[in-house]
Design a binder for this molecule. Sequence first.
Ligand SMILES: [Fe+2]
Length: 326
Amino acid sequence: MPLPKPNLYPAFNIVRLSHVELAVTDLARSRAFYVDTLGLQVTDETTGAIYLRAMEERGHHCIMLRKATTPEARDLGFKVFSDEDLDKAVYFFKGKGLPVEWVERPYQSRTFRTRDPHGIPLEFYAQMERLPPIHQKYALYKGVKPLRIDHFNCFTPNVDESVAFYNELGFRVTEYTEDAATGKLWAAWTHRKGGVHDIAFTNGIGPRLHHVAFWVPTPLNIIDLLDLMATTGYLPNIERGPGRHGISNAFFLYVRDPDNHRIEIYCSDYQTVDPDLEPIKWDLKDPQRQTLWGAPAPKSWFEEGSTFAGAAARQPDLTASPIIAP
Ligand SMILES: [Fe+2]
């Protein structure tokens, strides 16, 4: 399917991705990973949950860890421009026959949950409690010095369908991978905020959460994290990288949290605010697509992901496969 034309005037205005809730089985173990190792700041902590933000963020949280018996990914949060946009969003999702449920979320104004057509749970809100800036409180910078949440990447059983839906929401494709044999999309990177992506889609058993990414100041912070993880018991949690992506040109590292949720540490992609920016096409078999330096991703990277709460994952419609490390 050809890429849809960018929708520059969507029915409502999404500002950016905002936050994610992850169900984890042991909060103390997760705290050691997200706070003591990655360096996120705790903004609230209860017996059942930990709220975290990164150093540049003024909003109360970008990730919420919730104690549960089974690890899973819960809502992907998006911020809309205004309360009026929130009402327009409700109208839009109801018009698509998708579920709309108002929910109470601490630190957030009116929030509703819905699901995309494949079942990815989404939540939308307009205002989150603001916290004092800490981006120049360098004494607080720890671990990999995470600055902000950057993007979600999700497995989907049909990338063309996902791109069509999110395009309608105003997400614009910056880069994409096409299967030459069928002309179908194998992956796509789509944005609202002016970077390479707020949410990307990868062909695979889905819907599932592939990873959540955090932006860090420089590649050297990634090297420091590797030194830290390799000497504090987290060696098995290092999954892929460090490297430079072909797609997005960003420097990356993929690590797994104690429940196997995948976290990407990411920096230095490029600006994409031009409304007429031409999407960059990649061939699925191009060895520089995944890693500019040529190293293929491991099998786990293509197969493993976090189940979304209440969503039944299915096999993808497209069976094409990229180059995978043995
Ligand atoms: Fe990513």
